[in-house]
Design a protein around this ligand. Structure first.
Ligand SMILES: CC(C)(COP(=O)(O)OP(=O)(O)OC[C@H]1O[C@@H](n2cnc3c(N)ncnc32)[C@H](O)[C@@H]1OP(=O)(O)O)[C@@H](O)C(=O)NCCC(=O)NCCS
Length: 158
């Protein structure tokens, strides 16, 4: 049993932002940012949210889906925002939202939504219990329900 206090999704929120530079582009004739760069930022940001919630070390169990609907260009500011939206006994579901901002026009776009699962680890790298999650808002409950369904499906397909 964990004795740690419950936390809300808002309390776990983490932000990672970076200006996209030429060395982060892919090899296309009209270059956009390499997908792996965004995936790395998403994993890092989501891990921070999981660390905030669990108060300790975590490892990535799964990155469920990253849909690249539109390109992100060199010179744009990429901002990732992530929150823990569901907790099991030792695992946490995290949703990361990706935004790209054109620094010349100030136009900001929501480009991706990614779902990840992390497991909290103790000092011996064994799965350890996480604090409960307190749902504050309608949005919290909505994301929690979606995460519960995704987890059910993932375990059924394992
Ligand atoms: C993450 C890891 C420690 C889990 O070990 P494990 O032996 O599977 O541990 P458990 O069986 O106790 O499962 C741990 C949690 O993952 C969940 N889980 C396991 N397989 C799952 C799956 N396919 N889908 C969803 N959840 C799953 C379990 O339900 C459990 O969550 P819960 O306690 O909230 O119910 C182990 O798989 C690992 O070390 N993986 C490598 C991680 C890694 O290298 N990541 C990339 C670098 S960070």
């Amino acid at each position: 049993m964990t004795t740690a206090a419950a936390r809300t999704p808002r309390e776990s929120e983490a932000i990672v932002a970076d200006l996209m530079m030429p060395h982060q582009a892919n090899g296309l004739r009209q270059p956009s940012v390499f997908g792996g760069v965004i995936m790395g930022m998403v994993d890092r940001c989501a891990a921070l949210a999981a660390m905030r919630h669990s108060g300790g070390q975590v490892t990535t169990l799964s990155i469920d889906r990253i849909l690249f609907k539109e390109p992100i260009r060199v010179g744009e500011l990429v901002e990732i925002r992530s929150r823990v939206v569901y907790v099991g006994r030792t695992s946490m579901a995290v949703v990361a939202q990706v935004y790209a901002e054109n620094m010349s026009t100030g136009v900001r776009r929501h480009t991706n939504e990614c779902w990840l699962t992390f497991v909290h680890l103790d000092e011996n790298a064994m799965p350890a219990p996480v604090p409960p999650l307190t749902l504050e808002t309608v949005e919290d409950r909505h994301m929690h329900d979606l995460a519960a369904k995704r987890r059910e499906q993932a375990l059924a397909n394992a």
